[in-house]
Design a binder for this molecule. Structure first.
Ligand code: TPP
Ligand code: MG
Length: 361
């Protein structure tokens, strides 16, 4: 086999894994994850809940009541499906958009709102919630994940570490280092690339010459799978398998094909300047909630009343969380400095004194 054939051979082996098609029909019964009817309903509940809270967060941001926010609509199946496959004791190393995974892993919603405001109390993760704070630096959590997973294994733990990045993040040097390290040390790690086709305005076609991001696993000697990231059942099944394999010594790179309907963040990018209407429509027709709703309705497991109940619950929870976040004492500059360092560098001592004096008035 020559080099071209080797590459073709690799690429042919990375077909998109899917269980439900766009109409909610099962196209891959053999791969169906082993879940009860109640668990299927819970997956739907979580996706609906996330979409509503995302809408509320966007409007709270516009009212000036939230700070940094990266919308998630379109990516619910990837976020919810991967987290649902985890054990409570597994560790999540998230990026800035991955707030739903943290909340369903146990981070109180009001703390997610405080994180959005840049308040340090948003990063005081409760003791029993195994998540790190969201990483803003693209790709920085990937090597850490290989290390956290290695630590879990060395301590005799039977848990995994999972991390999330984007199509853009997969171009960072840290991405390759992390995958390689995890493979070499058989770290129980799962790397999820949420390929939403854009890194802010840069299309994925400019990100790599590789046909898939999943195939990058090959060079690291780990498992790789490309999954339809708008099919919650496929995402769940792929992550359950990845978790088993991770504990058996083989990490997995999961590339989830997805789309963000909204802007990159609420800081002002305008998607109409870098995406076409046709592309938006193409992905809206794959919507994870529509597809899964059709599937559940076909099994008589979902109806409008159930949906409305979740919508009301999500709205009420957001209201309560924002009022809890409002009760947190305002962050002072002196808190900020004190929280950053155990031993203060000399150049900040003067500033700390200055702010402490100002803020105690
Ligand atoms: C090291 C680094 N470089 C640049 C940035 C600025 N930046 C923030 S988000 C982003 C795009 C990331 O795109 P992708 O990885 O596809 O993630 P997505 O937001 O689409 O989920 C960039 C370049 C950053 N935060 N960190
Ligand atoms: Mg992206």
């Amino acid at each position: 086999m020559n080099n071209v054939q080797v590459l073709q051979n690799v690429e042919e082996n990375f077909q998109t894994f899917r269980i439900l098609d766009e109409k909610g029909e099962v196209v891959n019964q053999d791969a169906m994850p082993d879940v009860t009817d109640e668990q299927l309903q819970e997956l739907m509940r979580r996706m609906v809940y996330t979409r509503i809270w995302d809408q509320r967060a966007i409007s709270l941001n516009r009212q000036g009541r939230l700070g940094f926010y990266a919308p998630v609509a379109g990516q619910e199946a990837t976020m919810i499906g991967t987290q649902y496959a985890l054990d409570k004791q597994d560790w999540i190393l998230p990026g800035y958009r991955d707030i739903p995974q943290l909340v369903f892993h146990g981070l109180p919603l009001y703390q997610a709102f405080l994180f959005s405001r840049g308040h340090v109390a948003g990063n005081r993760i409760p003791e029993d919630v195994n998540v790190l704070m969201p990483q803003i630096i693209i790709g920085a959590q990937i090597i850490q994940t290989a290390g956290v997973a290695m630590g879990l294994k060395r301590n005799g733990n039977t848990n995994v570490a999972i991390t999330y990045t984007g199509d853009g993040g997969s171009s960072q040097g840290d991405f390759y280092e992390g995958l390689n390290f995890a493979g070499a040390f058989k770290s129980p790690a799962i790397f999820v690339v949420q390929n939403n086709r854009f890194a802010i305005s840069t299309p994925v076609e400019k990100q790599t010459a590789a046909k898939t991001i999943a195939q990058k696993a090959v060079a690291a000697g780990i498992n790789g799978i490309q999954v339809d990231g708008m099919d919650v059942l496929a995402v769940l099944a792929a992550t359950q398998q990845a978790r088993k394999d991770a504990l058996d010594g083989t990490p997995t790179l999961i590339e989830a094909l997805t789309y963000r309907y909204g802007p990159h963040t609420l800081a002002g990018d305008d998607p109409t300047r870098y995406r076409t209407k046709e592309l938006d429509t193409e992905y809206q027709e794959k919507d994870p909630l529509v597809r899964f709703r059709l599937f559940l309705e076909g099994k008589k497991l979902w109806n409008e009343d159930m949906e409305n109940e979740v919508i009301e619950q999500a709205k009420a929870d957001v209201k309560e969380a924002i009022s809890l976040a409002d009760k947190e004492p305002k962050q002072k500059v002196s808190d900020f400095i004190n929280n950053m360092f155990e031993t203060l560098p000399s150049n900040l001592k003067e500033q700390l004194e200055e702010y402490t004096a100002k803020e105690s008035k």
